[in-house]
Design a protein around this ligand. Structure first.
Ligand SMILES: Nc1ncnc2c1ncn2[C@@H]1O[C@H](COP(=O)(O)OP(=O)(O)O)[C@@H](O)[C@H]1O
Ligand SMILES: [Mg+2]
Length: 362
């Protein structure tokens, strides 16, 4: 996929932006506070319906404005045909997403229409933050390559909610508990299976993407299923029922899963330096994009915020070489124009200057 054009209205300090994108590289430079991250945030809004840096979208709407709008034309690598995507968010909280003029039921329907990968200064959270980050990382990948994953995931969430609801009742309805436990176990097992097979494929991609980078040692991944994997989840839940009832929630299952990324058999977060961890984040996301492309024939679009601040010149080059190899379109920001000069030799690109919320070709 690639974005061929983009319109932004009232996202933070970006009042009105209207631009044509290069199918390969798009570089945005400008001083601090000029609006570079807000620009990437706008693309993310278009592909995910939310922000990568702010939970409350009201704060993303420009001060004094009633709503934000982002619209773009996306070209499919597979069919070559264009489609129009648009999102709108009002300060009252109304959210609308459209595809070729038709309303979408939920923001999650945007994701396959514009598959995005983001790397910014907060991306460390993937390796150093809580398990939820890593579950989201795996699920993003499975969701895009396995047709029925979205519905199984929703089934598990619903069963979990209902089971927890039953557990919280003073006089527990045993029949309801049996029904929702069974449903939860079925969905939980299916999710674990999807995630494991996805990770097995991803591990192979990681090995081939790693070749672009200075070695971080042998990279492997261990999926932690969220319950003792030697036992059946149904048995685990039965023996844990007292605790679940006392605390009013389900303690074990695929909703508690985690992923441990290891280098030479040791958790990477405990062994690698900050600089090496950063590289690992890039490798993980590039590997995910590579697998996505193999399975769907569509390349991901990358948003790289402040790349020069994140990586030294040699590693920047490795990232860009890899992106070019995967035919991914990318939007990259930085303060100094000169930081990109050597990177863009023989690479098709557009350069833009960002200044006080105005974006102009440079
Ligand atoms: N809701 C908002 N309305 C208007 N301006 C905002 C809003 N939120 C943030 N800003 C301003 O937008 C500017 C752009 O920030 P940012 O995109 O992070 O800049 P950069 O990434 O170029 O350093 C900042 O000066 C910030 O104060
Ligand atoms: Mg910024």
């Amino acid at each position: 996929m690639q974005l061929s054009s983009l319109k932004i209205f009232h996202v933070r300090n970006l009042n009105t932006v209207n631009l044509h994108c290069n199918p390969v590289a798009n570089v945005f430079f400008g001083s601090n506070g000029s609006g570079k991250t807000s620009f990437l945030e706008s693309i993310y809004l278009l592909g995910r319906g939310r922000s990568f840096r702010q939970r409350d979208l009201r704060l993303v709407v420009q001060s004094g404005a009633k709503e934000l709008v982002v619209a773009g034309t996306v070209l499919s690598d597979l069919s070559g045909s264009p489609s129009n995507l648009g999102v709108k968010r009002t300060i009252e909280g109304r959210f609308e997403a459209r595809h070729n003029g038709r309303g979408l039921r939920s923001a999650s329907q945007l994701a396959p229409k514009l598959p995005l990968q983001v790397v910014d200064a907060h991306s460390f959270i993937l390796l150093e933050g809580g398990a939820m980050q890593r579950r989201q990382f795996i699920d993003w990948g499975v969701f895009h390559v396995e047709q029925d994953f979205g519905s199984v995931w929703q089934r598990m969430q619903r069963a979990l909610k209902q089971r927890n609801h039953v557990l919280r009742h003073d006089r527990m309805d045993d029949e309801q508990l049996v029904i929702w436990t069974r449903e939860f176990v079925t969905a939980s097992d299916a999710i674990a299976q999807h995630r494991r097979s996805y990770l097995a494929e991803l591990e192979l991609e990681i090995a081939s993407i790693s070749k672009y980078f200075e070695s971080l040692g042998a990279l492997t991944m261990e999926y932690v299923s969220g319950w003792d994997k030697k036992l059946a989840l149904a048995d685990v839940l039965e023996s844990d029922i007292e605790r679940d009832q006392r605390l009013g929630r389900t303690h074990q299952g695929s909703h508690r899963a985690d992923l441990i990324v290891k280098t030479e058999g040791v958790p990477a977060a405990e062994r690698l330096s900050r600089g090496q961890l950063k590289r690992l984040i890039y490798i993980l996301k590039l590997a995910q994009a590579s697998l996505h492309k193999k399975r769907t024939a569509e390349a991901c679009v990358f948003l790289l915020d402040d790349l020069p601040a994140e990586l030294d010149p040699c590693h920047r080059k490795q990232v860009m070489d890899c992106l070019n190899q995967l035919s991914c379109q990318y939007f990259v920001t930085g303060i100094e124009k000169s930081d990109f000069k050597d990177l863009l030799v023989n690479v098709a690109h557009h350069m833009f200057h960002v200044e006080q919320g105005e974006i102009s070709p440079a």
